[in-house]
Write a new protein. Structure first.
Length: 104
C-alpha cells in the first residue's frame, strides 16, 4: 500500500469531506457549504482525494456527484490491525468504568 492515503487523510477538511460522503454521494456545492470553504478550495481537496483513489466522481449532465470509495480505507484498516492491541486495554478500562457508574 502506498503512503499517499495517510498523507491525504492528515488534512481535517478532507476527513470532513469523507465523513459527509460516507452518508451519501454529494455535489461540490453541498460539500462546500457543509465544510465552510470556498468552491475552489473544496474542489482542490476533492481533486487530492480523487487522485488518492478515496473518492470517485460521477458526471450527470452539468453536475458532478462525488462518492466515497471504501477499498482504500479497507487497506488503511488492514494496516492498523496489528496496532489495535494498544487501544484494547483502554477500551476495556473505559467499559469497566462506565459499568461501575451505572451500578452507583
Amino acid at each position: 500500500m502506498s503512503s499517499e492515503p495517510f498523507g491525504v487523510l492528515a488534512d481535517p477538511a478532507r476527513r470532513r469531506i469523507l465523513d459527509l460522503l460516507r452518508v451519501r454521494p454529494r455535489l461540490v456545492g453541498e460539500l462546500t457549504e457543509a465544510i465552510g470553504l470556498s468552491q475552489p478550495g473544496t474542489s482542490k481537496h476533492l481533486r487530492v482525494l480523487r487522485e488518492a483513489g478515496l473518492v470517485t466522481v460521477r458526471p450527470e449532465a452539468q453536475r458532478r456527484w462525488y462518492e466515497l470509495r471504501a477499498e482504500p480505507l479497507a487497506e488503511i484498516d488492514a494496516w492498523l490491525t496489528p496496532y489495535r492491541w494498544m487501544w484494547a486495554d483502554r477500551f476495556d478500562a473505559l467499559e469497566r468504568h462506565l459499568d461501575a457508574m451505572d451500578d452507583e
